[in-house]
Structures are given as structure tokens and as C-alpha cells.
Design a protein around this ligand. Structure first.
Ligand code: GUN
Length: 285
């Protein structure tokens, strides 16, 4: 079997067109969504993500700003900027790019975001709501993965879904979303004794570890759906997923490439959540 390629770039393009139309409709009512991003320090990958989010927001007619603080910024300074954005009437959504420098507590900062502007879904109130199946802001990579599966009409109910990685940003929330769709979910992590045993039974694999070459053709059942969240630059700066793409695509039923798979959908879901934040505060829909 040769896998169907799940083209996240194309799915994202179509989805963003829909968002652009909705932004225009809001603008006709006098409202323009605004996404504010706090970036602390000079990490190259974080800078590039943040710039991509800003550009994507502007491309669909939103306003976007990057609040860039020095790598030496104190926790109080970051919290001060956050307070200002929380109270700023023109700001619909706020995102604090992580990781933060070590002198700034990530937990304290994420807890300080106004939950109604928390378009990343990282505030404990929003995480809690996700786990009791209430409507809330859901982290963007998991949401993007679900949209890819939905777009490709992939049946989730009753399927064995195996997630590699238990992060708060991807592994745990995507497990919850798959559970909501009635998959049987297994989470693998660094202390798992026999990853291969679990992977061989999987109908759906989501790998979110950041270790190129982790998932090989020997791990994958014929026809399985393989979602690769890894994006690790190699020595030439080329992004590598966790999955041995060339060999796994020969046996999987469907697979996301890297780049051009999950990445573009993450950014799309940031825009989606920002639009929702703006609509909610204006009492629209
Ligand atoms: N760092 C890596 N992924 C993300 C993300 O989805 N949101 C934020 N804020 N920071 C990240």
C-alpha cells in the first residue's frame, strides 16, 4: 500500500480562506481581530514561529503584533506586559511563545493570561475545561491534527490510537481529543518499556517527540494513519520529522509529511482561535 499524503499545507490554505472570509464579515461589523504575541529572547526557532504567526494573521486581515522582550527580561517585566495586553481592549488573543528563559516561570506566566484571550489553550482553566469536555480554547497543534484527520475523513471511533510523547502542548491534549472521538488511546513516553509492541497494534500513530528516525516501517501496521509532529532541524537546517517518511509511506494508509504536514495547521488553528476569541467577546455566534 502506498499512503495517501495528508497535505497540511493545502488543507491550511483552504481553511485560511474560510477564516479570511469570516474576518471580512467581522470587519464589516466594525471589529478587527488582533493577535498579540509575547516573545522573550532570541531563540531562532521561536523567532521564526512567531514571525510566521504574525504574517499569517495579517494575510487574512487580522492585526498582529510581536511584543519582543530581551533574553534578560525579569518575570515581573513579562507579567507586566501580559497585564497590559490582558486589559487592552483592542487585543482579542494573546500567545506567549514557550520556552521562556529560565529566570521566568512558565507556569506563572501562563496562569496570568486572561483565559478569554488564551488562544493557545495553555491556561489551567482552559486545560481543565478540555478535560471535562466543556467548550474551550484547545491547544493549536492538537486541534490542527484533528482537522487533518477530519478533512481526510479518517474514522476515529473504536480505533487504536497510539501517541508518542506526553507533553502538555501536544501529547496529552491530542490524546484527550482522540478520546472524545471514541478512540482507544495509549500514550507512550520515555519510560515505556516496549514502544514497538504498542505501535504495531496502532490504527493511528501520532508522534510528537522531536527525535528523527524514531518511527520506522517495522513499527507501523499496514494501512495505519501516521501523523508526524516532529520538526527537528538537521545539520543543513532542513526540518526532519520523527518518522522515517520514505519507508513508512510505502505501508501506511495515510501520512503527514515534514515540512508541510502538521506545522501549517498549527498556525491556522492559532488564527482560528483568535477569530473565536474576538467573536465571543463581541457576542457574535
Ligand atoms: N512553542 C512550541 N509550540 C508552541 C505553541 O504551540 N505555542 C506557544 N506559545 N509556544 C510554543
Amino acid at each position: 500500500m502506498v499512503a495517501k499524503i495528508l497535505d497540511g499545507k493545502q488543507i491550511a490554505k483552504d481553511y485560511r480562506q474560510g477564516l479570511k472570509d469570516q474576518v471580512e464579515a467581522l470587519q464589516a461589523k466594525g471589529f478587527t481581530p488582533k493577535l498579540s504575541v509575547i516573545l522573550v529572547g532570541n531563540d531562532g526557532a521561536s523567532q521564526s514561529y512567531v514571525n510566521s504567526k504574525k504574517k499569517a494573521a495579517e494575510k487574512i486581515g487580522m492585526i498582529s503584533e510581536i511584543v519582543h522582550l530581551d533574553v534578560t527580561a525579569t518575570e515581573a517585566e513579562v507579567l507586566g506586559e501580559l497585564k497590559r495586553l490582558n486589559e487592552d481592549e483592542t487585543v482579542s488573543g494573546i500567545l506567549v511563545q514557550v520556552p521562556l528563559p529560565k529566570q521566568v516561570s512558565e507556569q506563572k506566566v501562563l496562569e496570568a493570561i486572561n483565559p478569554a484571550k488564551d488562544v493557545d489553550g495553555f491556561h489551567p482553566e482552559n486545560i481543565g475545561k478540555l478535560y471535562i469536555d466543556e467548550q474551550t480554547f484547545v491547544p493549536c497543534t492538537p486541534l490542527g491534527i484533528m482537522e487533518i484527520l477530519n478533512h481526510a475523513d479518517i474514522d476515529i471511533e473504536g480505533k487504536e490510537a497510539v501517541i508518542i510523547g506526553r507533553s502538555h502542548i501536544v501529547g496529552q491534549p491530542v490524546s484527550k481529543l482522540l478520546l472524545q472521538k471514541n478512540a482507544t488511546v495509549t500514550i507512550l513516553h520515555s519510560r515505556t518499556k516496549d514502544m514497538h509492541k504498542h505501535l504495531k497494534d496502532a490504527d493511528i500513530i501520532v508522534s510528537a517527540v522531536g527525535r528523527p528516525g524514531l518511527v520506522t516501517k517495522d513499527d507501523v501496521k499496514e494501512g495505519a494513519v501516521v501523523i508526524d509532529v516532529g520538526n527537528t532541524p538537521d545539520e543543513n537546517g532542513k526540518l526532519k520529522g520523527d518518522v522515517e517518511y520514505d519507508e513508512v509511506k510505502e505501508i501506511a494508509g495515510a501520512i503527514t509529511p515534514v515540512p508541510g504536514g502538521v506545522g501549517p495547521m498549527t498556525i491556522t488553528m492559532v488564527l482560528n482561535n483568535t477569530l473565536i476569541a474576538e467573536k465571543l467577546r463581541r457576542g457574535i455566534e
